[in-house]
Each structure stands twice: as structure tokens, then as C-alpha cells.
Ligand binder design. Structure first.
Ligand SMILES: [Zn+2]
Length: 466
């Protein structure tokens, strides 16, 4: 059980220059804090030195952003990590985006440490030539806000300096559950307002958001507000099963059922308003062994295995429609569409653009289930098909209403108008008549499998708090 540290002691600690010697690699793995009671505490000042050091030492992959201030004026640092020598992925598409935050609750150090380690693992890995880290940073931008509540952190309290529970202060069904200290209104606190502003301005395209806490060893997905499964339950269940079968026995549950009803959380906001696949990652409450200074990489190895799986596979955490063939006849168009992603989409449409790029026709909406392939025939009433235009898909990347819309071209360079007698061209597609257009595009599937890991023992501690 944690023991609160007195204000005076903490203020003293905050003023002591914390050693962040970076001279040898063992020290680089160490959490830049001091042992206090039964845990290791890192002040905001120590974190500030640390993250500035990362940006100074590794400008090729680290960018530091001051994205807002705490109520007492301390900077909220976001560490952005990617291989900045590469603008896009090797296939030309945009890099994947991952958002991670920690430290909503100022006395949950191990959760904050997991956010810290999620940055450090990739920085160290890249510097040491670890291929997984190199590959991730070439294809992904990690945005990590390690300490959201520096004022509460430095006085060892759950709350921020206004005695508000920041993880009840978000604008998603704010103050509609039995809860304490949610603030005077949604986003009344500068810390949560800054976090939401960052989500909307900088990481709106993220396909993964993980918010880190300490309490009971569990991963929680939406909703906290309701006991019902979320619209994207297939995605969450697939991730749960993958993790439990291959990586860790950590329980993965709907937050309302796995913990208790909670409203105005960053998790429910991240999913319900931003449309991200979102997890609350709760480390256990054992913090650190008194008198020892465990290597954080060892202490949180299993949790990092789960994080690496979520990050390695971020490409799959949305719908990924891939039109295999498209056939136009007088009254209808038939498409063979595969979904390589693990999320379903229920609002997909096919659109036709004329030669000037104007959308001149949109099909009725259709559904494509996760990791599925389906043949869909759509009525072409109203389509003025000139043959010199192009086709595109327009769809939501997940089922949740808030999820973002994407427009994806259907390989315009592959458009071929098939004249009568050209049927031999169609060999292999199977669907044609005398006047048919076949479009095919190359699937983007990248097969990545998580490493098999021994199942860890489930050491579920008693439920304490979120
Ligand atoms: Zn918490």
C-alpha cells in the first residue's frame, strides 16, 4: 500500500537536481527517480531533464513538444518518436499514429513508468540497432505524454492541485456516474483540456490510444459508462484473445464490468468522441520492492510485450478495405472487397468521380465485417459512367460513430475498358460480360505476428481504483 509523502519532502525532492547521468547503458534503463517508501518516485523536474536529454541526444528520432501547462504552470511534455529521415512508409502511405499518456493520477507511479518505458524502449532499441524498434519507427509515429498531472505527481496525490480527479473530467458523459471530484465542468482543468486539444489537433488519425494507470492488473476497454460491449467489440475481443493466447494472461475487459461504472474518463472520450481504439492499461499496485531498485525493463517486461504487440500491429486496428475487382454493367456495379483490418465498417460507399475529379455518384452504404471478404452488388441508378473517370472507397475506419472517415482511391492506373472480344484479359477475375471494367488494386496486407510468449501467471490484485 502506498504511503503518502509529505508536501515538504516532495518540494525538497523537486528542488534536488536528480541525477540523470546517461553515461552507461545500465543507467539509461533506470527510471530517473528516487526510492521513496515502497515505490520509486520521479518528479516533474527529473522528467523534464530526462525528456530534454532524449531530444538532445537523439534528434534523428525524438522531438519534444510542450503541449500545455498544468494548473501550477508546469509543462506537459509530449515525446514524439519516429524515424524523421523518412516521411512516409515504404509504400508511400502515411505513417501509423499511436497516442499514449500516463500519470492522470499523480500517485500511480508504475503506470506513469510504463508510459516512460514505452518511449524509452523504442529510443534505446533504435540506438542499439534493434530491428523491431527500427521497423516501428520507420512506419509509425509514437506520441507519448508521460506525465499528465505533474502537480499531483510531485505531491503524491491522485488529484490535481485543484483536488479534481482528472480521469473523471473529460467531456464524455461527464459527471453522470456515482463519482467524486470530477471538477466544476468537463475540461475545467488545464491538464485535461490540453490533452483533449492535443488529441484533436495532433493525433486525430491515431489508430491506438493507451492511457496508463496503476491499481489492479488489468486492461480496460470502453465503456466505463455502460456495461454493454462497444460497437467495435469484435476488434476488442480479437485483441483480447490474441494477447491472452500468445502474450499475457492479463484480464482484458469492458471497464464498467471489469472495474466499476466510471464516466468522463479519457478512455471513453478517446473512443466515444475521438473514435480511437482505446485501452486503459493498469499496472499492478505493488509498485517497487522496498529498498531495491529493480530495472524497470524487467519489472514491466510483460506489460511492454503487450504494448509492443499493440504498436507492432497498429495497422490492423481499423477497417482496411481492399477492392479486388470491380465490374460495371448497365444497372449495377459489383465489387469484390476484402477487409484486411480487424475492425468492421458499416458505412462504406463506392464513389465515381468524373474526369475532372468531381464525385458524380455515390452508392448506397454497405457493411464489410472485420477480416472478411465479400461480394457486393450495388445499383447504379444515376451513374453517368463515362469510362474516363475514377473510383474510390469512402468509409469509416471503425463502427463507432466518432471514428474517422477515409477516402481511398481504387488503383486508377489499373482501369481498363474492356471491348468486346477482349475477354481473355479477364482470365482470373471470373466476373465479366461483353462490356466490363475491371479494376484491381494491390492489397496492402502486411502480415505481422506477435511473438509467442509464455503465459504469465495472473496475479490479479484486489480492485482498488482506476
Ligand atoms: Zn488511475
Amino acid at each position: 500500500m502506498r504511503v503518502a509523502v509529505g508536501l515538504v519532502l516532495c518540494m525538497l525532492l523537486a528542488s534536488i537536481p536528480i541525477s540523470s547521468a546517461q553515461s552507461d547503458s545500465k543507467e539509461e534503463e533506470a527510471w530517473p527517480g528516487d526510492p521513496i517508501d515502497s515505490h520509486v518516485h520521479m518528479t516533474w523536474a527529473a522528467l523534464t531533464l530526462e525528456v530534454n536529454g532524449w531530444a538532445d541526444d537523439y534528434p534523428e528520432i525524438v522531438e519534444l513538444a510542450d503541449v500545455g501547462k498544468s494548473e501550477l504552470g508546469r509543462s506537459l511534455w509530449v515525446v514524439r518518436i519516429s524515424d524523421w529521415s523518412i516521411d512516409n512508409k515504404s509504400d508511400g502511405s502515411a505513417k501509423e499514429v499511436v497516442y499514449i499518456d500516463g500519470g492522470h493520477h499523480g500517485n500511480e507511479y508504475l503506470g506513469t513508468a510504463l508510459a516512460w518505458l514505452s518511449a524509452k524502449w523504442y529510443i534505446n532499441g533504435w540506438a542499439e540497432g534493434n530491428q523491431e524498434a527500427i521497423d516501428v519507427l520507420q512506419s509509425t509515429v509514437l506520441h507519448i505524454l508521460i506525465m499528465l498531472n505533474p502537480d499531483g505527481n510531485d505531491i503524491d496525490t491522485r488529484w490535481n492541485i485543484n483536488q479534481v480527479d482528472l480521469n473523471r473530467n473529460y467531456d464524455h458523459y461527464w459527471n453522470t456516474c456515482p463519482t467524486t471530484q470530477p471538477g466544476s465542468s468537463a475540461f475545467s482543468e488545464s491538464e485535461t483540456a490540453a490533452n483533449a486539444a492535443y488529441m484533436n489537433a495532433e493525433v486525430a488519425d491515431a489508430d491506438l490510444y493507451v492511457t496508463m494507470h496503476t491499481g489492479v492488473w488489468i486492461m480496460l476497454y470502453p465503456w466505463g459508462k455502460w456495461p454493454e460491449q462497444p460497437a467495435d467489440w469484435e476488434l476488442y475481443h480479437q485483441i483480447r484473445d490474441d494477447v491472452n493466447d500468445n502474450i499475457s494472461s492479463i484480464p482484458i475487459q469492458n471497464a464498467n464490468q471489469g472495474l466499476y461504472p466510471n464516466c468522463g474518463t479519457s478512455r471513453d472520450y478517446g473512443y466515444g468522441v475521438m473514435g480511437y481504439p482505446t485501452f486503459t492499461f493498469e499496472t499492478d499496485d505493488e509498485q517497487f520492492i522496498p529498498g531495491s531498485f529493480e530495472n524497470l525493463n524487467d519489472r514491466l517486461a510483460e506489460e511492454m510485450d503487450v504494448m509492443r504487440y499493440l504498436i507492432n500491429n497498429v495497422w490492423y486496428w481499423r477497417a482496411r478495405l481492399d477492392v479486388q475487382s470491380l465490374e460495371v454493367s448497365d444497372n449495377e456495379v459489383t465489387i469484390d472487397v476484402a477487409n484486411h483490418g480487424q475492425a468492421s465498417t458499416s458505412n462504406a460507399t463506392l464513389q465515381y468521380l468524373d474526369s475532372s475529379g468531381q464525385i458524380t455518384w455515390t452508392s448506397s452504404a454497405f457493411t464489410v465485417n472485420a477480416t472478411n471478404s465479400t461480394m457486393i452488388t450495388l445499383d447504379t441508378g444515376g451513374l453517368d459512367y463515362g469510362g474516363d473517370g475514377s473510383w474510390q472507397m469512402y468509409y469509416q475506419v471503425r463502427v463507432i460513430n466518432a471514428s474517422r472517415w477515409v477516402t481511398e482511391e481504387i488503383g486508377i492506373q489499373a482501369v481498363t475498358l474492356i471491348e468486346e472480344g477482349d475477354a481473355s484479359f479477364l482470365t482470373g477475375f471470373g466476373l465479366f460480360n461483353s462490356l466490363t471494367t475491371i479494376i484491381s488494386i494491390i492489397g496492402l496486407a502486411v502480415v505481422m505476428k506477435p511473438e509467442d510468449e509464455d503465459l504469465a501467471e495472473n496475479c490479479l490484485a484486489e480492485i482498488q481504483e482506476n
